[in-house]
Design a protein around this ligand. Structure first.
Ligand code: PLP
Length: 367
């Protein structure tokens, strides 16, 4: 190991979305919670036209993201039916919401100033990014019946943590377990003191239609993050955003890289917002497929499935031993369906009807 490297990096692993060897069959990608549908050809042509006619590759992108912030502020306000609209000054745009998570960590916990709190199982990037920055992660559990957070353990962790907990990360609805925040959990978030930042990750908002945005104006220590990677079909373009108090948004602007979002990605996100009705028209079909899959998978032997507010389902094998979920994931991969083993279970993304059909048949065959 090099002397110039931080020794704690030796314990970390690079993020590999799909562990395992080479695959020979064509795969159904039901492992990353993407929208199963590509951007429609007509919209790709529009983007191609933009690239040819309007985009100057020798110029830096608009580092202020002015047009995109305006469009996002309009979209989020309209979708939530807000009486007082969100302003562009409340938005910060990131290279994926992953970048925003890291910016939030920069802005709150760096230099030994704070720890973060997460409730496992949840989105892994909070802990992964915190660890790369040497930030302590306090992990509490969830109740396995409905995946609500163990709030007693949370209160205890906050009371005892040294350095103090500066940020609590929740997903609404949670990944991988699919449950939205309950009334009790939301009350708990409301009661957190102003010196703790509450990060509400609404990556799946367009599927769940649940948001805490209406309350953001009264809660300056809350921030909502969202993404274009899921329902909006733009995972390839890496666009995410945060909605926050203008002072918090300004802090996020300070710590990010100056040209963090390529021009082409900004153009794609703007187009997606402009064409949102067409792009989001597939959401009801995906939700219908989710409910159909829930029923089909619940009928399989050995598999326990939880209901979901999003575009994925979470399942566990009954009496699973260590490694069983990983083995099942690999078995399914060999048959052509990629799913994700995570959080002590399996996360199954809802795909096209044909992909879902194949997933059920393959699971049926192996269980
Ligand atoms: C997929 C996902 C994101 C999106 O991350 P991007 O970097 O915007 O692609 C964020 N949070 C959660 C919980 C997710 O599942």
């Amino acid at each position: 190991m090099f002397e110039f490297l931080r020794p704690d990096l030796a314990q970390l692993h690079a993020y590999t979305p799909q562990p395992g060897g080479a695959v020979t069959v064509a795969l159904d990608h039901l492992d990353a919670n993407e929208n199963p549908y590509d951007l429609p050809a007509a919209l790709k042509e529009k983007l191609a036209w933009h690239y040819q006619q309007a985009l100057h590759t020798h110029r830096y992108p608009d580092g202020s993201h002015a047009a995109l912030k305006t469009a996002i502020a309009h979209y989020v306000s309209e979708a939530a039916g807000l009486a007082t609209a969100v302003t562009p000054a409340q938005i910060s745009v990131g290279n994926g919401s992953d970048e925003l998570i890291r910016s939030l960590l920069f802005a709150t916990c760096l230099n030994g100033r704070g720890a973060i709190l997460v409730a496992a199982p949840t989105f892994s990037m909070y802990a992964i990014l915190a660890q790369t920055l040497g930030i302590a992660v306090k992990t509490i559990g969830r109740h396995e019946t409905d995946w609500q957070m163990d709030l007693t353990a949370a209160a205890q962790a906050i009371a005892q943590s040294q350095p103090p907990v500066r940020a609590v990360f929740v997903v609404h609805p949670n990944s991988p377990t699919g449950n939205a925040l309950s009334a009790t959990e939301i009350d708990w978030l409301r009661a957190l003191p102003p010196e703790i930042l509450v990060v509400i990750d609404e990556a799946y908002y367009e599927f769940s239609q649940q948001t805490l945005l209406a309350e953001l104006a009264e809660r300056p220590n809350w921030v909502i993050t969202r993404t274009f990677s899921k329902a909006f079909r733009l995972a390839a373009h890496r666009v995410g955003y945060a909605i926050a108090h203008p002072d918090l948004a300004a802090a996020l602007e300070k710590v990010r890289l100056p040209y963090n979002l390529p021009s082409f990605s900004q153009a794609a996100a703007l187009l997606a917002l402009e064409q949102r009705q067409a792009l989001l028209a597939v959401v009801p079909e995906i939700l219908g497929e989710r409910d159909r899959l829930y029923t089909a998978l619940s009928a399989l032997p050995r598999l326990r499935v939880w209901s979901s507010q999003s575009n994925f389902l979470y399942a566990r094998l009954a009496d699973a031993a260590d490694g069983d979920h990983l083995t099942l994931m690999q078995t399914l991969k060999a048959r052509g369906t990629l799913i994700r083993a995570t959080g002590g279970g399996l996360r199954l993304t809802i795909g096209t009807p044909a992909e879902n059909e194949r997933m059920v048949a393959r699971l049926q065959a192996v269980l």
